[in-house]
Every structure is written in structure tokens, then in C-alpha cells.
Design a binder for this molecule. Structure first.
Ligand code: 26Q
Length: 845
């Protein structure tokens, strides 16, 4: 295939960095808290210092020598700095002069807040200075913060990167999500197996959130509907005898990068309503009332830890409706406060972006609110809803497509089900018009999937109601249009568009890799932080010997740092002189961690056989969580651990190869991993990874990618060129063409290396005292129905890895390639992605 470099991108998508305004008035009252800090312009900054002192000494029970106490004192100090600007942003946005975007998502994988807030407010240096008089240093305090792990992986972290870019681009965007009491589970390893432990991230309180009890909203469940005809002959519907749940907003600040804007992430917590309790209490059934209270509060108790499906679980639907209803009521209330009940400007001033189908129950809920609560008729309500909802799809995997049993909706959300039926009936008329007489088409495209147990197809509901449907990388969008959603594409080609994902360069370069950030800033100035395309200027330094040395030193020091984490968490010693070869992401068959492990076994065999010519010493790191119910993914973790044990305990092997599985991979771990990585593994079966975003973080930090033509890898390759990317494997077309006659044995015969690896696996070499435990893995590789085609790609992968070793041996060349990767990563800033959402979907200023 030929890969051409994309057109030079326009500059307009850059974040404007307005210096924080310092009020001209002299009255101290007119000056915001952060202005006060900046105005002092001293070292260490006295205002920050004074607030901090009050937080440490003035709060009962805080102990100067306890890291946790010092962290919360510091966090509270910084939150105080944020409050004034936060209020100003809210007041400004409440005037409703510009379009407001609501990003609805069941997941926001925020990670830690402190470091990012300091960076955004430009307070990192002042904070360092202020801490000098205490025993704790900033790094230690940052480590004390627990990750806000309110997401599974890519989709949730994307939402967090998007919020950062929206604030930094000065867009009025509110993130709406759920304040799960328990976020993503903590992963422990016992005997090499994953064990899940609850993540009580709120156990010591959350210093960043503000509980807004006065903005509580009521969300109805269960009950039944009735209708009546008014004097004018119009039919009205009422949903009665509902069991109501309170939604209490807990707001988290989302600071823009040094531009004075603080956006809001509004997370809903479910609480029982008082009158609900009271009614039960008055009936004399106190215990029942308390039990029901628990039922209400269960809704926001725990994040579903699946990144591909857990279909049909009632609690999950309750979460989805709870988020959707509370958020829409909030959005409508804010609109009504300014514009009254004239909804004619609503769609001009509001967009709701659905992060996958998870919040797509918002569609019928919006219709219900406009009709039943605000008196609009169907056509008016539909005109508004269908002009204000947009949907992003994040996966092509059929098992991840959400379907809800009609029976469940009928019971839990009867009014909502009625509305879905009505949407479907009206929309199927369009289908019938487009394909006259084609009943199969009607059945295929119906929002209701008929059968023994009828289901609502949420993706179809989202497409029908949305004015925009987007995929998250070029290939992904193309496959949506030609495959999964082809019928819809034929009906409404203009709805479909691509928005290739991106990641925020503030967290994923400036914050996580201060050494590299400093080097970049010394050479280029610091505006790359808000316009990442400026990194292309690095290409001018690829022959600059001094620069190459500095680049290498940065990577080396980052590797030294990572070795400490690996030693502590994995009890494996990584050597910074060896190549760091890393695959961190959720464990899933399509992501093919297994292919990586097979390659490790292959290297192990070569070393044991003394066939080490051309081998470059490597440290291989794998990390990631398996969905608790995903047996195969859990076996893959066990295999990684057993192989690691054999590799690391053989002193003949360890000079060439070390292998670790990092437990509890999360956002904070990635912040240490990506700056230290030499080789990034992006090896999914082509056509299966919608985009990937870890791939971009590694690239920004100067890692080389070994990868397939999948997701955003394709666009990364386009930017950096084939000479700076280790490409291998079948492409998406080849995968689908091969599928009907795939014969793994043929590939095993053609690859002696793979044959040997399988022999060793079968011999039980890695499970001597646990016979048979890897049989299912071996069977999967040899299965002609193996959708992931491990055997088909093994040999190409092995050859690409040999090439990696060859190039790595020439450190000068490797470093040049590394620089070129960082230089070419500008397109993958989420600022760029959000600018495209803003201009092409949201039409927001
Ligand atoms: C569905 C039903 C019930 C419970 C859970 C779920 C569920 C939860 C999370 C289904 C899917 C997800 C997450 C999907 C996800 O993370 N997709 C990834 O999105 C990234 C951002 O667009 C892409 O880069 C990845 O390629 C894609 O896999």
C-alpha cells in the first residue's frame, strides 16, 4: 500500500492561551483568588503559601507529617484557587450567549486531578516552593491522590481528554456522568491470576468535588402510564405511581490550560427521596422504606467493569436512565431559566453528544420531557430532539452493541417504551418510502428486534434520532458505513462523519514527561502545549548530535524511573539499557496480548537454544485488566505470568529478555509508562480496534510503534511514514476475506517458530504443576474459527520484531526515528479532534 502524508493542517485549531487577566481595579475584592496568587509574583508565592498554611494548621486533625493530610491540604488550597474562576465561568455561560455542549458519558476516566490543575493554573513552581518548608515534596503528595477511575479504558479516558481540550479551547462544555462510589476494580495478582478488589476511591473524601444539593433532580422509575384527552381534543400522557430517586450533582472542576476557563464535570449521585421514605414510613412499613432507600442508592454504587458488553443487566439500564434523565432535566432547566418555555432556540443553543449508546435512552427521555413536562406536541419535540442529539460509536464488535429486552423497559420505564415504539413507527415509514415493499429491510432496520424475546436496539435508536453519527478513526468510520450501519448510511449519508480520536498533550506530554517537555520548550518555546503541530519543527534537529544526546538522556532517565515501579510492583528488575517493549491496555482477544506472549516464548526459545545473534536485550511489559467474567482474558493474564516466571528465573535468559505483568494498570501507571517506552505494541486484528488512544500517547512520547493497519495506527503511519513505523500483518480486507476458509494449521506449518512455540506450550513447560490450564488458549490458536487470527499474523509479527531489534542496535538511527515520531504526533492532540467536533458537529464558537 502507499502511504501519503496528510495535508499540512491549518493552524486555526490551536488553543488560544490568554494570560490570566489581572483586574485593573485596585480593590482586593475585585480580584479573583488566582489573580491574587499571580499578582504577588513572588517566590515562593505568599498567597498560595498563606492559604496552604491555613489548610494545614487550620483544619482540625491535619498532621504535617502525614502524607495524606498534606495532600488534602494542598488539594483544598488549589481548589480554593479555582473557585473564583469557576464561578465566573459559570456566570458567563449561564448568560447563554454561546452554544452549550453536554457530553453525556457513563464513563470519565479522569485519573488524578492535582498535577493537572497545577499545570493548568501555572502553579507547579510556586507549589514546589511553598512546600519547601514542609517535609513532604510535591511528587510524594501527588502520589497520595487516588485515581478517579470512573471508566474502563479507551472510551472513558477519551471523555477525560475531551473535557481538557474543550476547556482549553474555551468551549462551554459540561461533562455529565455518574459518581460511582466504586470505580474500576483494583487488580491484584494471586498465583498469576487476576483477583478483583473494590476500588473505594472516595474513602478519604474527594477534595475536588462540590456537592450541589440545591440543584438536585428527581428521576422516575417503574409505575405506569395513563392518558387523557384535553378540551381541545389533544391526547396527553402521564406517568404515575413512579418510584422516584434523587440525583444529587457533585461537580468537579475542569480547568482550561492557562485561559481562565473552568468547566464542570457534573457527576450524579443517587439518593432516596424524602417523600418516598415518608410515604412508606406513614404506612408503617419502616424496614421496607429503609430497604428501598438502599435500592435507590445502589444505582450509583459501582461501575460496570466491562469494556465490551454486559448486556441485559437491569442495574445497568437504571444507571443509564438515571444519568440521561438527570442530565437532560438539568440542561432544560438551565435553558428555561434564561429563555422561558419557548423552546424555539433550544437546538440552536444546545448539543448533547452521546458517548456511545450507553446514554442513548436520553433520546426518548428528551421527547418525554418536552411533551409531558413542557407541553410540546410530537412534531415540535422531535424537531428539537433530532437537531440536538449527536452519537459517537466506539466499537464494531457485535457483542458490544447494546440491546435491551422490551419486557425490562416496559416494567422499569413504561412511558419511555411507549415513546420508543412511536419513534420506530414513524421512522419505519421513512424506511418503507426509501425501500418500497421491502419487508426484510423493515425488519433489519427496525429499532425493535423481533423474536421470542423482543429487544430495543440502542444503536439504531441513537442513529435515527441523531443529526450526526461519527466513528473515531478513518478506517472505523469507513467500516461503519460499509458494514454495521450500511443501511442507515444509504438512508442518511450526510449524518455520517469521522472524528479521529486524540489525547491531551497537557497530561500526556507536559505533565507526564517533564524532562521531554523541558527539552522541547528549550528548543521550540512552550506554545507546542496548545498547538501540538509545532512539534514538526523537531525534524530540523534529527542530525543535531547534541540534541540526539539530550533526547537519549531523557528517555534513559524516564526508563530508570519506570524500573523502580516495575521492581516494586512486579518484583522484576528491568535494565534501562535494554529495550522497553510495552503493551498496556484492557485484556481482550482482539487486542492480541497472546500474540505478544507467543513472541516472548519464541525469544525465550531462541535464547535457551543459544541462538542469540541479532537479538537486542529487551524488557517486555504487559499490563491491563480483564473483565471479571471474561474467562479467556483471565487465562491470558495467567499465561503471561507463568511465562514471565520462567523467563525471569533463568539466569541464562535474563541478560537478553525480561518479562513482567504489571498489576492494576490505570491512568497514573500510564503516566509513568509512556515516557519510558521504546516500543509500543498496537497489534490488534485489523478491523477490530476502533481507534486506540494509547498508541497516540506512546507516539507523542517518542516510542516507535509495532502495529497492524488498524484504527488510528493507519493515520499515525500516514503522518510518520513507513520508515518510522514497524508495520506488519493482514489488513482489514484480508482478514474478512480469509475468515471463511481460515486454516491455522497452514500457518503453523509455514512458521517453524510458531510450531516450536506451540509445541512448548503443549508440553506443559509453563504449567508443570498446573496441567491443562492453557488448553483453551492452545485450542483457540488452532481453531479455524479463531476470529483474531493469531496464527495468520505470527510470522509477519516475528519478522517485524526482528527488524525492530536490528534498528534498535543502531541507537543513533533509533533516536532519529523516535524524534520523528514525536514530531509527527501533532495531529493526535485532542485539541485537534475537539476543534473538528466544534466546527463540524457542534457548530459552537
Ligand atoms: C456495555 C454494556 C454494558 C456494560 C458495559 C458496556 C461497555 C462499557 C464500556 C461497552 C463498551 C465500553 C467501552 C468501549 C471502549 O472503550 N471502546 C474504545 O473506545 C476508544 C475511544 O474511542 C477507542 O480508542 C478504542 O479503540 C475502543 O475499543
Amino acid at each position: 500500500m502507499t502511504v501519503t502524508k496528510g495535508k499540512a493542517r491549518e493552524k486555526k485549531n490551536t488553543v488560544k492561551t490568554a494570560k490570566i487577566k489581572v483586574s485593573e481595579k485596585t480593590s482586593p475584592k475585585a480580584v479573583s483568588a488566582s489573580d491574587q496568587v499571580k499578582q504577588h509574583d513572588c517566590d515562593p508565592c505568599e498567597a498560595l503559601d498563606a492559604t496552604f498554611k491555613r489548610q494545614v494548621q487550620g483544619v482540625l486533625g491535619r498532621d504535617e507529617n502525614a502524607t495524606n493530610d498534606m495532600y488534602s491540604a494542598l488539594a483544598s488550597t488549589i481548589k480554593l484557587q479555582l473557585l473564583e474562576q469557576w464561578r465566573e465561568t459559570r456566570l458567563k455561560d449561564n448568560q447563554y450567549q454561546q452554544k452549550q455542549v453536554a457530553y453525556l458519558s457513563l464513563e470519565f476516566l479522569m485519573g488524578r486531578t492535582l498535577g493537572n490543575a497545577l499545570l493548568s493554573l501555572d502553579l507547579t513552581d510556586d507549589t514546589h516552593a511553598a512546600l519547601k518548608q514542609y517535609s513532604a515534596d510535591l511528587e510524594t503528595l501527588q502520589e497520595a491522590e487516588l485515581d478517579a477511575g470512573l471508566g474502563n479504558g479507551g472510551l472513558g479516558r477519551l471523555a477525560a481528554c475531551f473535557l481538557d481540550s474543550c476547556a482549553s479551547l474555551d468551549l462551554a462544555v459540561v461533562g455529565y456522568g455518574i459518581r460511582y462510589e466504586y470505580g474500576m476494580f483494583k487488580q491484584k495478582l494471586v498465583d498469576g491470576y487476576q483477583v478483583e478488589q473494590p476500588d473505594r476511591w472516595l474513602r478519604e473524601g474527594n477534595p475536588w468535588e462540590v456537592r450541589m444539593a440545591n440543584h438536585a433532580i428527581t428521576v422516575p422509575f417503574f409505575g405506569h402510564t395513563e392518558s387523557y384527552v384535553d378540551l381541545k381534543g389533544h391526547r396527553h400522557y402521564v406517568w404515575i405511581d413512579t418510584q422516584d430517586v434523587n440525583a444529587i450533582p457533585h461537580d468537579m472542576p475542569v480547568p482550561g490550560f492557562r485561559n481562565g476557563r473552568i468547566n464542570t464535570l457534573r457527576l450524579w449521585k443517587a439518593e432516596a427521596t424524602d417523600d418516598f421514605d415518608l410515604a412508606e414510613f406513614n404506612d408503617g412499613d419502616y424496614t421496607e422504606a429503609v430497604a428501598r432507600k438502599n435500592l435507590a442508592e445502589q444505582i450509583t454504587m459501582v461501575l460496570y467493569p466491562n469494556d465490551a458488553s454486559e448486556n441485559g443487566k437491569e442495574l445497568r439500564l437504571r444507571q443509564q436512565y438515571f444519568l440521561s434523565s438527570a442530565s437532560l432535566q438539568d440542561i432544560i432547566q438551565r435553558y428555561v431559566a434564561v429563555h422561558g418555555t419557548d423552546f424555539s432556540r433550544f437546538s440552536e443553543l444546545n448539543v448533547m453528544q452521546l458517548n456511545d449508546t450507553h446514554p442513548s435512552i436520553a433520546v426518548p427521555e428528551m421527547m418525554r420531557l418536552l411533551m409531558d413536562s413542557h407541553g410540546l406536541n410530537w412534531d415540535q419535540a422531535w424537531a428539537i430532539t433530532s437537531k440536538s442529539v449527536a452519537y459517537t460509536n466506539h466499537t464494531l464488535l457485535p457483542e458490544a452493541l447494546e440491546r435491551w429486552p422490551v419486557r425490562m423497559l416496559k416494567h422499569m420505564l413504561p412511558r419511555i417504551l411507549d415513546i420508543i415504539y412511536e419513534i420506530n413507527a414513524r421512522y419505519l415509514e421513512d424506511v418503507a418510502h426509501h425501500w418500497p415493499g421491502d419487508n426484510d429491510k423493515l425488519a433489519a432496520m427496525s429499532i425493535i428486534e423481533e423474536g421470542h424475546e423482543p429487544h430495543v436496539r440502542m444503536a439504531y435508536l441513537a442513529i435515527v434520532a441523531s443529526f450526526s453519527v461519527n466513528g473515531v478513526a478513518g478506517l472505523h468510520t469507513k467500516l461503519l458505513k460499509s458494514g454495521l450501519f450500511n443501511d442507515f448510511y444509504q438512508l442518511w449519508p450526510d449524518k455520517f462523519n469521522n472524528k479521529t480520536n486524540g489525547v491531551t498533550p497537557r497530561r500526556w506530554l507536559a505533565h507526564c514527561n517533564p524532562r521531554l517537555a523541558q527539552l522541547l520548550t528549550r528548543r521550540l518555546g512552550d506554545s507546542w502545549m496548545t498547538d501540538l503541530t509545532q512539534l514538526t519543527a523537531l525534524n530540523a534537529f534529527t542530525d543535531d548530535k547534541a540534541f540526539i544526546k539530550q533526547w537519549q538522556a531523557v528517555k534513559y532517565d524516564n526508563k530508570v524511573d519506570l524500573t523502580k515501579l516495575i521492581a516494586q510492583e512486579c518484583e522484576v528488575v528491568f535494565e534501562p539499557e535494554m529495550m522497553f517493549d510495552v503493551q498496556v491496555k484492557r485484556i481482550h482477544e482482539y487486542k492480541r496480548q497472546l500474540l505478544n506472549i507467543l513472541h516472548v516464548i519464541h525469544l525465550y526459545q531462541r535464547i535457551v537454544a543459544d541462538d542469540t545473534e541479532g537479538l537486542q536485550p529487551r524488557c517486555v511489559l504487559i499490563g491491563g485488566k480483564a473483565a471479571p467474567g471474561y474467562a479467556m482474558a483471565k487465562q491470558i493474564i495467567k499465561l503471561a505470568n507463568n511465562v514471565a516466571h520462567m523467563v525471569n528465573s533463568d539466569p541464562l535468559v535474563t541478560p537478553f529478555l525480561r518479562f513482567a505483568f504489571l498489576p492494576n494498570y490505570n491512568v497514573s501507571a500510564m503516566e509513568k509508562i509512556c515516557p519510558a517506552t521504546d516500543l509500543s505494541e498496537q497489534i490488534s486484528t485489523a478491523g477490530k480496534e476502533a481507534s486506540g488512544t494509547g498508541n497516540m500517547k506512546f507516539m507523542m512520547n517518542g516510542a516507535m510503534t509495532i502495529g497492524t493497519l488498524d484504527g488510528a495506527n493507519i493515520e499515525m503511519l500516514e503522518e510518520v511514514g513507513e520508515d518510522n513505523f514497524f508495520l506488519f500483518g493482514l489488513n482489514a480486507d484480508e482478514v474478512s476475506q480469509l475468515k471463511p476458509h481460515y486454516n491455522p494449521q497452514q500457518y503453523i506449518q509455514q512458521s517453524p517458530a510458531l510450531g516450536h512455540v506451540l509445541e512448548m506450550l503443549k508440553s506443559g513447560h509453563f504449567n508443570l504443576v498446573e496441567p491443562g490450564i492453557f488448553d483453551s488458549i492452545i485450542a483457540a490458536i488452532e481453531d479455524p474459527y479463531d476470529q483474531w487470527m493469531i496464527a495468520a499474523d505470527f510470522e509477519a509479527y516475528r519478522v517485524a520484531q526482528e527488524k525492530v531489534s536490528q534498528v534498535y542496535a543502531d541507537q543513533h538511527h533509533w533516536t532519529q526515528m523516535s524524534i520523528r515520531n514525536t514530531a509527527a504526533s501533532g495531529r493526535f492532540s485532542s485539541d485537534n479532534t475537539i476543534s473538528a467536533y466544534r466546527d463540524e458537529i457542534w457548530h459552537a464558537k
